[in-house]
Write a protein that binds this ligand. Sequence first.
Ligand SMILES: Cc1cc2nc3c(=O)[nH]c(=O)nc-3n(C[C@H](O)[C@H](O)[C@H](O)COP(=O)(O)OP(=O)(O)OC[C@H]3O[C@@H](n4cnc5c(N)ncnc54)[C@H](O)[C@@H]3O)c2cc1C
Length: 410
Amino acid sequence: MANIAIVGAGVIGISCAAFLQRDGHSVTIYDPLPPGEGCSFGNAGSIGPGSVVPLSTPGIVRQAVSWITDPDSPLWIDWRYLPRALPWLVKFIAAGARPRIDGIAKALRLLHADSFKHYRTLLGVDAGNLLHVSGQLYLYESDAAFAKDALGRELRASLGIRSEILGPDEIRELEPSLGPRFAKAIYLPDSGHCSNPHRLVATIAEDVARNGGRFVRASVRDFEQDAGQVRALVTDAGRIPCDMVVVAAGAWSQRLAGRLGLRIPLESLRGYHVMLPMPTPAPSRPLYPLAAKIMMTPMEHGLRIAGTAEIAGLDAPMNERRAAALGKIAKRYFPGITGEPISVWMGHRPATPDSLPVIGPSPLHGNVLLAFGHGQTGLIGGSTTGLLVSDLVASRKPTIDPYPYRANRF
Ligand SMILES: Cc1cc2nc3c(=O)[nH]c(=O)nc-3n(C[C@H](O)[C@H](O)[C@H](O)COP(=O)(O)OP(=O)(O)OC[C@H]3O[C@@H](n4cnc5c(N)ncnc54)[C@H](O)[C@@H]3O)c2cc1C
């Protein structure tokens, strides 16, 4: 059995560690932060096996132009950062062409379909209080807005994802917490949520530690390489030999891949959340008003309003104005919200141009696996990614076909 180094203790790295450990490997996880304190900390908690619509779709350019002139819109680009983001943006727009998105949706479906099942394997009894197959509601303020979103319905139908169309009365009956603003909704009964994504990662990490996994609070700076193999990690705690490496450093993975001689387009799609006191009555499931592109999820510590995408790189400070805007939008939808935000947060979604992660062997190395780039659906895809990485290390028939996620597709 191998001594495997995992770089990154987010939901992806920890899921990989847990499944590799089940195969008898000895795992060491490197991260300057405690488990789950990167992007995995503050996501919207949506677990949607039916989340198959990529970010880039036909018409994205027209939509984006109207958004980027409004500082409170779902997408914002820092003009100073634009020259650096441009090559990624060109690939992003190209990925939205129709023949490609059918294949992307299929690959997202493969990765997401058994998300709950594989998390249950990892969480054991804790799954009961963290995972909820509560359904999800996609909400539309007018019949015209509903009609415009035909692509999502078409993709979900083609992949056999169950859904129901609801009118205003059925929406209020299912979700009395909402104000009378919505004309139509799509109900996805097999989707749901995690009520504390940080605790999910921390719980799996505790299990890994109990079973002998080691956690090293250090940053990996480089790799010592020889004849297509990584022999050791170069960390800020010194040089550490290993048999195999899994790169799962989220939005920071591009820098590490670069040290390995790999050029993989990865951008941080910065997103925000604001925690509000739970309204009365409380919502029972994730609610997604499509016009605002925010997810509103009942969590252990309040109502989480999460979303927006901002392209400004890994180093720019948080934009408080965008976080505050989320709270204001939510108050439009929930008449029962009173009180001020409990906390705000910003995280870096690790985004590839085609909305699919990179999962699989490094094309240049015999002992390096890549597992990053899950964008807006890393919580959903985390558990299956961990299982797939362990299958590839074991050279057994993989749980899903890894081809769509190969590193050399760009
Ligand atoms: C606002 C928002 C809402 C979201 N909502 C959802 C949702 O509802 N459902 C969903 O599925 N997804 C959602 N996502 C996306 C999801 O959170 C991410 O895809 C996922 O957390 C990525 O996990 P990760 O493990 O790849 O990255 P991270 O959680 O960021 O972990 C990467 C880790 O690598 C470490 N690291 C970086 N560099 C190094 C280095 N050199 N050496 C060692 N360690 C290093 C970092 O410290 C970090 O801990 C959302 C994201 C945002 C921002």
